[in-house]
Design a protein around this ligand. Structure first.
Ligand code: RIB
Ligand code: CA
Length: 314
């Protein structure tokens, strides 16, 4: 039986790649997409999620719109220089025909976990606001979830939204601290590994040979994203952040893990930094916090090969 996942997402170019990767993986059943601000505002993230499901021919999958702002303050704004003003590389897609459910992302997550206890993996690849709201709405989701595998954070690597913080965590550190502190199985697929999952220009060119609507769409939206990596990292290729979380769900053997409790910086220069307690003696404010799986190394080329294989065989 395929493993059910709910992808909580802010699409987003790399979110798009991750969603299509999951949809093309027979081991997974995508039970829903829930949307969040981050790369774009939540309203546009929801529109994009609906559009992507239409491109994939999977309008049977429900979409639920999430929070518009972080737990303790307004969303600080999208990143058009990374993903385009439309979150899809400025290609101006037509409006979707479908609409989102009339329940919130948090309600959808709670309903699905209640209906399928032990069966659903949450895969947040944006800020963690919806997941924190779902925890507040129904704390028993910690007992019902199979696993939480999130793209976000930086344990030992520097940040990307600031020198301290990774973008998803930096967009709602208070929510992230709740998610890392809850008593449920969490795996953090952060910058420590996603900066080592790199698609080269040759890997990207491979999409040209697939000849399916999902690969064609990825090819269409990548040029804007590639210009960002060239300008910011002097790289002709891209880092594959969000798909790395899907790769972990499919094949954890690609990754090396450590188990550490995590606190999230919520103030000042360290806002958005995920701080692991790496020492032997756990002191407050880490004391009493559950250890989470932190991905610290990855076989990047194998991960990219898996991503390519799934789209090629779509
Ligand atoms: O830091 C990488 C994360 O931020 C990814 O989820 C990407 O989509 C961006 O929002
Ligand atoms: Ca994302």
């Amino acid at each position: 039986m395929p493993r059910k996942i709910i992808i909580d997402t802010d699409p987003g170019v790399d979110d798009t790649m991750a969603i299509f990767f999951a949809l093309c993986s027979p081991e997974l059943e995508v039970a829903g997409l829930t949307t969040i601000f981050g790369n774009v505002h939540t309203e546009l993230a929801t529109t994009n999620a609906l559009r992507l499901l239409e491109i994939a021919g999977r309008t049977d999958i429900p979409v639920a719109a999430g929070a518009a702002d972080a737990l303790t303050g307004p969303f600080e704004g999208p990143v058009p220089f990374v993903h385009g003003a439309d979150g899809q590389g400025d290609i101006n897609l037509p409006e979707p025909a479908g609409t989102a459910l009339d329940i919130s992302a948090a309600q959808f997550i709670v309903e699905q976990l209640r209906a399928h206890p032990g069966e659903i993996t949450l895969a947040p690849i944006g800020p963690l606001t919806n997941i924190a709201l779902a925890l507040r709405l129904e704390p028993r989701i910690t007992e019902w979830v199979d696993e939480v595998v999130l793209m976000g954070g930086n344990a030992l690597a520097p940040g990307n939204a600031s020198p301290a913080g990774e973008a998803n965590i930096r967009n709602d550190p208070e929510a992230a601290d709740l998610v890392f502190g809850a008593d449920w199985p969490v795996t953090m697929v952060g910058l420590d590994v996603t900066l080592r999952v790199q698609m080269t220009p040759a890997d990207i060119a491979e999409y040209e040979r697939h000849g399916n609507p999902m690969s064609d769409h990825i090819l269409h939206i990548l040029p804007h994203y590639r210009r960002y990596f060239e300008a910011s990292y002097d790289s002709k290729g891209i880092f594959v952040h969000d798909s790395s979380a899907i790769a972990y769900i499919l094949d954890p053997s690609l990754f090396t893990l450590r188990r550490w409790p995590i606190r999230v910086g919520v103030q000042g220069l360290g806002r958005g930094k995920t701080w692991p307690a790496t020492g032997g003696h756990i002191l407050p404010p880490w004391e009493g916090r559950p250890a989470v799986n932190v991905c610290v190394d990855v076989e990047g080329e194998r991960a990219v090969a898996l991503m390519q294989q799934r789209l090629r065989e779509a």
